[in-house]
Design a protein around this ligand. Structure first.
Ligand code: ADP
Length: 199
């Protein structure tokens, strides 16, 4: 073993959280493409920013243009995609940052991986919308492409999406407005991000 991780000499998470006046959390939004993950992360982040909270969004699509640009959509690559996103989120949350992750995360095995890396810092939110609803929205034109057979392993079609049974929160975007969904999410994490001393 030639690697010697150094943690104890560094400033601690509590030092960063005290500076920021908040506690870090990873809010992991998962669901089909077009279900509303990015939209809700963006809306919730803007409200928190207004309130003086320090936040960031790790967007699966964006990360695929950089950190994860060498990965595709096979089971193995999706696993590595989630591992890297979770490890990155871990770095951010250890600085006290409220970190939103927007990534399809289609299978229980992938969510277990994230849970294993992030533990109690993870707050899992299932963004619920049916394949049909997402296909109707078709924000990025992907559903039309998938229908034409132009995308392999498309989630919900030939790539499976396992409906989560044990998420911390479910937001049904077929029966809510964007503002309502964001508000419900912020209510659910309010106590978790409040500073330790309650100020
Ligand atoms: P994803 O990030 O999951 O791929 P997007 O956020 O890019 O999905 O797209 C979701 C689409 O659904 C947007 O066009 C958004 O306006 C629409 N939408 C309708 N109702 C809601 C809602 N309650 N919450 C989030 N998005 C919604």
């Amino acid at each position: 073993m030639h690697i010697h991780p150094e943690f104890h000499r560094f400033l601690q998470r509590q030092d960063k959280e005290k500076l920021l006046g908040q506690r870090g959390i990873v809010v992991w939004l998962y669901g089909l493409s077009g279900s509303g993950k990015s939209t809700i992360a963006n809306a919730a982040e803007r409200v928190l920013h207004q309130q003086g909270r320090f936040t960031t969004i790790l967007d699966g699509d964006n990360l695929r243009t950089g950190l994860n640009s060498n990965l595709g959509f096979t089971d193995e690559d999706r696993m590595e995609n989630i591992r890297r996103i979770a490890e990155t989120a871990k770095v951010f949350v250890s600085q006290g940052i409220i970190t939103f992750v927007s990534a399809i995360t289609p299978r229980g095995e992938l969510r277990d991986l994230a849970r294993g890396l992030l533990g109690d810092d993870l707050f899992e939110v299932y963004i619920k919308a049916s394949y049909e609803a997402c296909e109707k929205r078709d924000v990025k034109g992907l559903y039309a492409k998938a229908a034409r057979g132009e995308i392999q392993h498309f989630t919900g079609k030939d790539g499976s999406f396992e409906i989560p049974q044990d998420s911390d929160l479910v937001l049904d975007t077929e029966n809510s407005t964007i503002a309502d969904a964001a508000f419900e999410l912020l209510e659910a994490i309010r106590d978790r991000i409040a500073p330790a001393n309650g100020s």
